[in-house]
Ligand binder design. Sequence first.
Ligand code: ADE
Length: 360
Amino acid sequence: MKNSKPQASKIQTLLLRWFRANARDLPWRRNRTPYAVWVSEIMLQQTQVATVIDYFNRFMKRFPTVEKLARAKQDSVLKLWEGLGYYSRGRNLHKAAKIIVADYGGKLPDTLEELQKIPGIGRYSAGAIASIAFNRPAPILDGNVIRVLCRIFRLKGNPKETATKNKLWQLADMLVHTKHPGDFNEAMMELGALVCTPSNPSCSSCPLNKVCAAFKHNEQDSLPVRQKKTRLPHYTIVVGIVYKDNKILIDKRRQNALLGGLWEFPGGKKRKDESFKTAVAREVKEETGITIEVGKRLCIVKHTYSHFKITLHAYVCEYKNGAAKPLACDAVKWITPKNLKKYPFPGANVKIIRQLMNAV
Ligand code: ADE
């Protein structure tokens, strides 16, 4: 890395030229208001561009301004986030919109420091918004940029470790173009997404192949060094679809829990020493206080979340006794099957709802 500085301007020139000719036409690139940049960057955290496009378009149509978002109900925001994952992003975006309207006159702050005070905006998103929306020479580092930098500079450290992470931030900071920081940052991400891909990178057509140390040593396939994948834990979950006078009981998950703020059918982890039906009755009672009769199993659903996998057994149940109360959740509600589509549910519950609608 001795000659990083002179190499920097070469990298900038090659990359910006390539980006201007190859940038994808993405909805958030059409009208780069700070609000649109912010929404898109939050959605793009941990999520692929192809997945984000439709979510972004629906979100901007429904909430075209920060004021509209600030006035929305959390349920409406999470409904538009349904299936996108990492729901704390949606909750924080909504919370942040209220703060921006109340404390910042409806305008996103334009410095790295102020941006990082907003819920949900960390070092990466602050850099992305500051550079793309406000043309500030701030660096960014996401998975794509990490891969590109590790290869160009032939970094052999593990990017998950602090020392390597710090070095990567330094490189990103050193490289960012002072006049066109937003384009430069997007170009790095675009190169990572389209050319410098995790496997089978297209080195022969890469604009940086002449300055890439990994390519020179034919090490592009082994950099960045990979972490051993840890197996996701697996849980067996039971839920009750509890009917009372043609209404179904749903409950709202606690705000700070995983999938917080989303609605679900009451249920929980099955214990090793109990039957499925006993587990359903126990979980529904613990969560909502009611007594039920557990009937037939409707379906078994498998689902993978970011940090664990579940196999979910859903049982159709009959209400027997007691008033439903939010004992281990934020709220409970009896709703008609038709209204299920109005509430935001986690992915596995969406699968159950689909089965339920097919069954009637
Ligand atoms: N990933 C994160 N931000 C992005 C952007 N602005 N364009 C494309 N991919 C991205």
